[in-house]
Design a protein around this ligand. Sequence first.
Ligand code: PEP
Ligand code: MG
Length: 588
Amino acid sequence: MASFTLQGIPVSRGIAIGRAHLLRPAALDVRHYLVAQELVEAEVLRLQNAITQVHKELQTIWADLPQDAPTELGAFLDVHALILSDPMVSEAPLDIIRTRHYNAEWALVTQVDELSAQFDEIEDDYLRERKADIQQVAERVLKVLTDSADTVPRSDSIDERSANMIVVARDISPADMMQFRDVAFSGFVTDEGGQNSHTAIVSRSLGIPAVVGMGNASQLIEQDDWLIIDSDAGVVIVAPPTLVLEQYRERQSLLQKQRKKLGKLKKTPAVTQDGVEITLLANIELPADTTQAMEAGASGVGLFRSEFLFMERSGQAHRLPSEEEQFLAYRAAVQGMKGRPVTIRTLDVGADKPLDTTEHNILNPALGLRAIRYCLSEPQLFLTQLRAMLRASAFGPVKILVPMMAHNFEIEQTLAMIAQAKQELSAEGKEFDPEVPVGAMIEVPAAALALPMFVKKLDFLSIGTNDLIQYTLAIDRTDHEVAHLYDDLHPAILQLLQMVISAAEKAEIPVSICGGMAGDLRLTRLLTGMGFRELSMPAALLPEVKQAILNTRIDALQPHIKKILRSYDPVVIRETLAAMESAGQTLH
Ligand code: PEP
Ligand code: MG
């Protein structure tokens, strides 16, 4: 097969080499995960049992048909039973489990999609419509499988096959990404998505090479094709020639050595050459991520995206996590950080993180009932979360961070809800830290422009540059068609950052950055030079940023920073940034 190269948007670091693992959008939406070798036969059995059970169900329905039932009904049941007995439905998915290690649901849907595609080609209308019958039969089997999903043993051991597999998909939902966390794929390639779409964020926090916004890569790449992801360049090489493969393997091992070397900086404080200390914090999605945060030497958690606890709950009895469940998760994060502060963000659902898939129908979801707007419209849900966060604060330093603040009344209502939660807990004799700091995310331009409106009511600020850029430049962060317009060096963004830092200084409250800009090495000198002293990023990026800080002199940056902030010319801004970088390189 001829080699070819595809260009996309880089969202993560490093190189991945492996075989393509295609995730086709299926007519039926199911869970996707790989089954470890030792559990393959159990998974095969699970599917066989489900098929047998559906056979029995069909027989029972047949037997219970009333005398006067239309004859077509019986005929349909016969067709369904026939379909279920056909080896293309009952045997082929078992082979998929054995050869590709897909879970039963995924294997079944893969085969059904394959069959559906074949049916689409059929000229005869009657036969073509039998496709719907196949899907109905599959749905019956899936229902049985889903009901049994929680009893399925899941291996903790990483399936060695997945270690060199690269997931290729049209898009991967944040919820699906959460499942992939446990599987250790070596890379992700998606047709859709932008640099800071939530799928990109999860892959970055996993430290896995990924390229998004590839257009039609999932059509061009075939199952099991060899791929190289050069994540820094945003390039995917399909079917690389041996020589190229060898070069990349060499680069890969060099990168691994560099990473090991950076690991030695774990205990070194992030202090610039002129003695300015920068606090480097980690962004996490689940309590278990605190392990990686500690390993990277993070001084705390600057952003715990709590909404990931609310996602992917299809197999569970309750749609929302209870107060107790949330409390245990927040406490686990606090304990995992061993006394270092944990900033927990209140639920930020909506936009590309829907609580359930029906919310996809909303027009312009990014401008809709998202984050704090959603929480204030669901006071009981919000109160439950605030109570859980407060209870976790009895076990170590917790800060509460509220996303998407734009209006004064949103802050007032939030503070009132926190006061209510505290009152309730006190009345119940439950412990919490009465001084828990409350901060706002600055990610709506209105908040940055009118900070004096509410800054005095807050204990700290954290800038979400991903949304600040999305809303300021009016570009959907998940839409790859406008990804080229995503510009963190746009003068409007730099001016807004400057406004926030001045307002925070005036109000004498700390301000951090927790959006993607904080972990971007190109911008470390710019942000520290502007006065930011707290940066929160995926743990995997922290060591490199620390190294850049160790090689920086804040005082030497000042003339460049002034020039950048005075300029409204994108060329001058970029040239000055480049000059500042090369001056920085010669420092040590
Ligand atoms: C941001 O918007 O920059 C941010 C940190 O929040 P999220 O990416 O989760 O929207
Ligand atoms: Mg945000």
